[in-house]
Design a protein around this ligand. Structure first.
Ligand code: IPE
Ligand code: IPE
Ligand code: MG
Length: 262
């Protein structure tokens, strides 16, 4: 099984010293990875620092992970940056996070563009500040024709909210007579989701030990595999990603059918 995702090394020495990441077999990757980047606060407070320090370190982990996804030539990676529920946090933390998103885009967009990354945002972007909305629109436009990793960021994203908006858009069509209720099927509903251009999620990664979806991609993860680690997000790196990919390669994805692995 190791051989399936980890290509065989040419010599024994290299086998011992090569990192897990270097051995990842790019031919058996999930098409779409979704990451719940959790544990920034715990990472910081565990070191006696402010939660905001954890968020700043979390941005560095995101940069590392995106670089790893680029190196693997992953088709799609979607990350959860801010949920529709995260507005419940103290105003100062919310403000800090919004500023961090803005700085992240400002600093990273040129490099993402030159790395051929196509960035998109999902969620209620319309409720963000005018400045951040403009940065998001500019970033999406700038990278729209890139053909590398489809990098999607959930900001003010909630899976239930996304479903509600999709249903509202279908109901609008029924109301104006362009759609019959009996013609609504899962494909049509999917076409109204924020993720309409993405394949279904194959692998969900959640850091920091909690084992829940927290309202992330509830439709798209219907048949996803889940991988949890106690590592806090700021400590996540390409080796952890490789660990998740190894585990994924050992799963038997039956999709309701019978065994696919001998
Ligand atoms: C994830 O880390 C980042 C966001 C939700 C914005 P947390 O801030 O949730 O960190 P913990 O879970 O409190 O440690
Ligand atoms: C999920 O993390 C949201 C993001 C990572 C952006 P939370 O920290 O908000 O999730 P809960 O509150 O523990 O479920
Ligand atoms: Mg959390």
């Amino acid at each position: 099984m190791w051989k399936k995702i980890f290509g065989k090394s040419e010599n024994a020495n290299e086998e011992n010293s090569a990192s897990l990441f270097e051995q990842v077999n790019k031919d058996c990757l999930p098409r779409h990875i979704a990451i719940i980047m959790d544990g920034n606060g715990r990472w910081a407070t565990g070191k006696g620092m402010m939660r905001s320090v954890g968020h700043t370190a979390g941005v560095k982990a995101l940069k590392r992970t995106l670089k790893a996804a680029i190196a693997l030539n992953l088709e799609a990676m979607t990350v959860y940056a801010f949920s529709t529920e995260n507005w419940k946090r103290p105003a100062a933390e919310v403000e800090f996070l919004m500023k961090l998103f803005s700085e992240y885009l400002e600093k990273e967009i040129a490099e993402m563009d030159s790395d051929n990354v196509r960035i998109k945002f999902i969620g209620r972007v319309d409720e963000l500040s005018p400045g951040l909305k403009k940065q998001i629109a500019d970033a999406e436009q700038r990278t729209a024709n890139n053909t590398g990793v489809k990098f999607t960021v959930g900001v003010n994203y909630g899976g239930q909210d996304e479903m509600v908006r999709a249903v509202q858009s279908l109901a609008q069509d029924v109301k104006n007579g362009s759609l019959e209720p009996e013609n609504i099927d899962s494909k049509l509903l999917e076409s109204r989701l924020d993720t309409k251009e993405l394949p279904p999620v194959d692998l969900v990664i959640r850091t920091s030990g909690d084992m829940r979806l927290s309202n992330f991609l509830i439709w798209q993860t219907a048949y996803a595999e889940f991988w949890f680690t106690d590592t806090n997000w700021p400590d996540f790196d390409k080796e952890k990603l490789a660990e998740a990919l190894l585990d994924y390669s050992q799963r038997d994805r039956r999709f309701g059918g019978l065994n696919t692995k001998k």
